[in-house]
Design a protein. Structure first.
Length: 266
């Protein structure tokens, strides 16, 4: 067998069947427990909206030219999307490592990038399903319909990919559930809550406003807001560029971690 033949896998440059199988496994992980992974986030987002509408909604006035609840809704939707995308990829890897069956994913003839894409498919799919459910509920109960449906789902997909990639990196790094909880509490939650979900960054002091623009989640929240209500703090193209660039960096890090077997093969 010559060198060229040795460099080509028998099923081609891309193992489409293996990639599809891994992606379907990750999707079935959350659809099989839909009350926990799909219904619970919908209820949580609804409770947030209810509490804010009762507590400060009537007295808050308009924000960016729309009622406060309309301003808040897309931010809550995106926050729910990224939290679920992160949970899907990170929990899948950590549970496999703790239970000792991560080898079942490492042994099949999947390249590192195929493994990354397979895990990401589950995170993005969960984010899209959650976003769709929330948007349907917003349209049904609050008559909030996305102004730019294309931009809305573009940022939902990129939000799922961005936080799904963080989940892969975090899942590989963490060897125990308490390490995973620390990453969630001290990295993921602050990124989500300090991103303009509950306020416009124009209301912040100049120093905090500038700092917020270094948070990629801000652009996800802002992009979703533009898609749903048609207004935002920054240009959607800028947000898309920042998020896509950051996601590529995270995917590269995840690829390197899987390629080297970091915390996976020992």
């Amino acid at each position: 067998m010559d060198k060229l033949e040795m460099g080509v896998r028998r099923f081609g440059h891309v193992n489409w069947l293996g990639l599809k199988t891994l992606a379907m496994r990750e999707i079935l992980r959350f659809t099989s427990v839909w009350t926990q992974t799909l219904l619970a986030p919908l209820v949580t987002a609804g409770l947030f909206l209810l509490i804010f509408s009762i507590a400060i909604g009537p007295s808050r006035g308009e924000v960016m030219g729309v009622p406060f609840i309309n301003f808040l809704a897309p931010g809550l939707m995106m926050m729910t999307v990224i939290q679920n995308a992160f949970a899907n990829t990170s929990s899948s890897i950590v549970i496999s490592k703790v239970q000792g069956n991560i080898v079942d994913t490492l042994m099949p003839p999947l390249s590192p990038i195929e493994m990354v894409l397979g895990y990401l498919a589950g995170g993005v799919a969960r984010g899209v399903v959650v976003a769709t459910a929330i948007l349907l509920a917003l349209a049904l109960f609050l008559q909030i319909v996305p102004v730019h449906i294309f931009w809305t789902f573009t940022f939902v997909v990129f939000g799922g990919a961005f936080m799904g990639a963080i989940g892969i990196v975090a899942g590989i790094f963490a060897n125990k559930f308490d390490q995973m909880a620390a990453i969630t509490n001290f990295i993921v939650t602050p990124l989500a809550f300090l991103s303009g979900t509950f306020y416009s960054v124009d209301a912040l002091p100049p120093a905090l406003r500038s700092l917020t623009h270094f948070n990629p989640v801000f652009y996800l929240i802002d992009g979703a807001r533009y898609g749903v209500i048609g207004t935002s703090d920054s240009a959607p193209l800028l947000g898309l560029a920042v998020v896509s660039g950051t996601t590529l960096v995270l995917v590269f890090i995840a690829w390197m971690m899987i390629k080297t077997g970091y915390r996976l093969k020992n």
